[in-house]
Design a protein around this ligand. Structure first.
Ligand code: HEM
Length: 405
């Protein structure tokens, strides 16, 4: 049996930095190299943490919440929230109690009822896009679409969308290029504004008497035999904002980049919209944006590496979804891939509660975009600008409409 490695072992050290702009374009190559050399590697960034890059190791972490706690899923530890984000930073058994309340808010039935409105939002944005020959897809569609859909879901004012996007960007990205302290400062300030906005919505909706209204359901929600506190409601809403906007934005943008660069693949979608559901899954696998952390609660050996209680470990789902032991042709995009057991929405007890909504948004966007804009191409003089972070995304995406390469 080979000897256990630990945080001091030289052969498992990596310079991996989840917030580094330098590897935003090449992160899947970086993961592949780490998976080959040291699938559970140690990085000295942010006070030191582990990074797992194998599908099976990441599954092992996800399936064992007693050892791998979600009490702090960020590296560094805060993105400006006041207290744990609920339910993502809550462990069992409390986690399950919150999920019982939240799951029905995102049920397939509730989401299906929203589809006509989601389609209208997509088409309004496409109408505006088509007034120009060139657009920045991020500003014109990818940002606005999930933000307006989220406001529609909540029954809040769609005109608050720009403000929402500003808050979500600041909280996810901090102040790009600034120090860690400065980024924490701007994140916290944005988070305080978000809490104030949610507080107003709670006051406004408290007496609405609408049994279907999500804000009202949360205000009247219970945790076992007591009512939820306002603090809990605020931290649930905060997570909806952080979980629901940037993720869909990045997924849309990454998909459009790939489809712009591969017109032959895009054409398959244009000719056969019936491919959209499996195409959405494959794009989720191909570019899996989310990379949460877990806190190790007791000493544990993962893939021959000794983790210690108190350590943090990053579990990039994008790394898992490019693991050739599960996907021998991981670097090939196959729009018909089925089965496709990707981990883009995570797995285990914290599996994404918004996945039905996310899939619906992506399906409608893929359908409407390709029905109305079958041809588009990147601008070779202004390539897309990606960013890393724990929710990988795209900052700008100049696109020529009505033209193909
Ligand atoms: C493409 C879009 C999306 C992706 C890739 C995504 C991905 C994920 C992942 C990987 C997790 C698990 C994190 C972990 O294990 O620590 C998660 C959790 C979560 N997501 Fe999503 N998500 C997306 C869209 C959404 C949307 C639209 C919403 C709702 C507005 C949402 C709300 C949540 C919430 C509340 C959780 C926490 C669940 C829990 O801890 O039990 N997500 N998401």
């Amino acid at each position: 049996m080979s000897e256990l490695k630990d945080a001091e072992s030289p052969e498992i050290q990596t310079d991996f930095d989840i917030h580094s702009p330098d590897i935003a374009d090449t992160v899947y190559d970086v993961y592949a190299e780490m998976r080959g050399k040291c699938p559970v590697a140690h990085s000295s960034h942010y006070g030191g943490h582990w990074v797992a890059t194998k599908y099976d190791d990441i599954q092992e972490v996800l399936k064992n919440p007693t050892v791998f706690s979600s009490e702090s899923v960020n590296v560094p530890g805060t993105i400006g929230q006041d207290g744990p984000m609920i339910p993502i930073e809550v462990d069992p058994p409390d986690h399950g109690i919150y999920r019982k309340l939240i799951n029905p808010l995102f049920s397939p039935k509730r989401m299906a009822a929203l589809e006509p409105q989601i389609r209208d939002i997509a088409n309004e944005l496409i109408d505006e896009m088509l007034e120009n020959k060139q657009v920045d897809f991020i500003q014109a569609f990818a940002k606005e679409f999930p933000s307006r859909v989220f406001l529609a879901l909540m029954g809040w004012n769609l005109e608050d969308s720009a403000q929402f996007n500003h808050w979500a960007d600041t909280i996810v990205l901090g102040e790009p290029g600034a120090s860690e302290e400065r980024s924490t400062e701007v994140r916290t300030a944005a988070a305080m504004e978000v809490y104030a906005y949610f507080g107003e919505m709670i006051d406004e909706r408290a007496e609405s008497g609408d049994a279907e209204d999500i804000t009202q359901i949360l205000i009247n929600g219970t945790f076992e035999d007591r009512e939820l506190t306002q603090f809990e409601v605020l931290n649930i809403l905060f997570l909806f904002l952080i979980g629901g906007l940037h993720t869909v934005q990045g997924q849309l943008a990454h998909s459009v980049i790939y489809l712009a660069e591969h017109p032959e693949v895009r054409k398959q979608l244009v000719v056969d919209p019936g491919l959209v559901p499996t195409a959405v899954e494959e794009m989720l696998r191909w570019e899996s944006a989310v990379c949460p952390a877990r806190v190790v609660k007791e000493d544990y050996v993962l893939d021959g590496v000794q983790l210690k209680a108190g350590d943090k470990i990053l579990i990039p789902f994008g790394a898992a979804n490019h693991d050739t032991s599960v996907y021998p042709d991981a670097d090939v995009v196959d729009l018909t891939r089925d089965p496709n057991p990707h981990l883009a929405f995570g797995a285990g007890n914290h599996r994404c509660v918004g996945s039905h909504l996310a899939r619906l948004e992506l399906r409608v966007a893929f359908e409407e975009l390709h029905r109305r804009i079958p041809d588009y191409r990147l601008d070779p003089d202004n390539p897309p600008e990606r960013h890393l972070s724990q929710v990988k995304g795209v900052v700008s995406l100049p696109l020529f409409l009505g033209e193909s390469i």
